[in-house]
Design a protein around this ligand. Structure first.
Ligand SMILES: Cc1ncc(COP(=O)(O)O)c(C=O)c1O
Length: 392
């Protein structure tokens, strides 16, 4: 007899994302599926310089253990950015460094969710986070996304069911690319205030708005009831695994204990490299370059879609982030298209797994990862398959 797994193992959803990473790695496959940044936009020289500088100045420190909450100068830098750019004041002691922002979701699940507790998620919502929360066995309440952001009427009804957490992505949402309007941000924070539900504001793509940030942070509007999660994955490097969460002061002690018991601390070396990289560079100028790079990539991708796809398909024009949200005709299911595309050498992400209900006719396309040549070839494959399955 083998040892039975915990209920948590059974509760954890499949994510689909990692299985597509494997499919995408097959020789000759073109991938529009995963959320990888554009390799050509990594500042490899700048990061190499930061590595040699920190090791020359202190060969041992970057290789040592550090505080459970993270490298203090980097936490102070993030707190300064909150004050200067995100509209709220926070002590660096409320900034906790994590292994990418994915780790925040696990920590928040661990701190707040008991099996059967309710939690609100966007529909569609970010699958990776929902998978992470699922390990703690919550009952998910899906609230639909509208072109203006989350449906605030549905949110009010969901809050009446006394959920513990609401996980939201107000800027350039993964997967739909939608951002919350100012009005929706206000209505969300008004609804959550005093409800006993903690708002989780995932800012993964907040710095990747092509015209700058698209709206006020909800953390600035509801500081004591919001945890804001951030990451350098989409701006500097996902492989370095440096993210953070900014918690209200009342959570400080619990967050420190939770992190220490899970992983002692996150990567000292990479935190120091990132801190030095930000010290050496004008970060806002650097971000401007990145935004221009992604905007140009999106333009190339949008032109290719326009040239190749039949009029039966619909898609959005995102103003930030890395994804285009594609719809097959109403009432159809995109699974057949997904399978046909794999046979023909293109992998895309079906939209259904991001949904708590509906979404059968949606697909997510990442325009950041493929080269221009792959965009041309991949959209041609996509166009031919769409014409076959959904003729004009
Ligand atoms: C919306 C969103 N949040 C969080 C993450 C997790 O990123 P990381 O753990 O690399 O910071 C991702 C990754 O794609 C994402 O799209």
């Amino acid at each position: 007899m083998v040892t039975p797994f915990s209920r948590r193992v059974g509760d954890t959803m499949d994510s689909f994302i990692m299985s597509l990473v494997d499919v995408a790695a097959r020789p000759g496959m073109i991938s529009f599926a995963t959320g990888l940044p554009d390799n050509s936009l990594f500042d490899t020289e700048g990061l190499a310089r930061a590595v040699s500088e920190i090791l020359a100045e202190d060969p041992y420190g970057p290789l040592q253990y550090d505080s459970a909450s993270g490298y203090i100068p980097l936490r102070k830098r993030i707190a300064r950015r909150c004050r200067d750019k995100f509209g709220f004041d926070v002590s660096y002691e409320d900034v906790f460094m994590t292994n990418g922002s994915q780790e925040c979701f696990d920590q928040l699940g661990k701190m707040f969710l008991d099996r059967g507790d309710r939690m609100v998620v966007e529909n569609p919502g970010y699958l990776g986070a929902i998978q992470s929360f699922s390990a703690y066995g919550p009952e998910f309440i899906g609230v639909d996304m509208t072109p203006e952001g989350v449906d605030t009427r549905q949110l009010a009804a969901a809050l009446a069911e006394r959920p513990k957490l609401f996980y939201s992505i107000p800027n350039h949402q993964n997967p739909s690319g939608t951002s919350y309007s100012e009005d929706v941000r206000k209505r969300v924070t008004d609804a959550v205030r005093g409800s006993g539900c903690l708002l989780i504001e995932d800012d993964a793509y907040g710095e990747l708005g092509y015209g700058g940030r698209v709206g006020r942070t909800m953390k600035s509007m509801l500081p004591d009831e919001t945890v804001m999660c951030g990451s350098f994955s989409k701006t500097i490097s996902p492989g370095m695994r440096v993210g953070w969460m900014i918690v209200p002061e009342w959570m400080r002690e619990a967050a420190g204990k939770s992190i220490e018991s899970s992983f002692l601390q996150s990567n000292t070396f990479c935190q120091k490299v990132i801190d030095r990289f930000m010290e050496d560079n004008d970060y806002d100028r650097y971000l401007d370059g990145l935004r221009r790079g992604y905007m140009e990539k999106k333009r190339i991708f949008m032109d290719a879609l326009q040239d190749n796809l039949p009029s039966t398909m619909r898609w959005n024009d995102p103003d930030g982030g890395m994804f285009i949200w594609l719809r097959t005709p109403d009432g159809t299911d995109s699974t057949e298209l997904f399978e046909l595309l794999i046979e023909r050498g293109l992998v895309v992400m079906p939209g259904k797994p991001f949904h708590t209900r509906g979404g059968a006719n949606t697909l997510r396309l990442n325009f950041a990862t493929p080269s221009e040549e792959q965009i041309a070839d991949g959209t041609a494959i996509l166009g031919r398959a769409c014409r076959e399955l959904f003729p004009e």
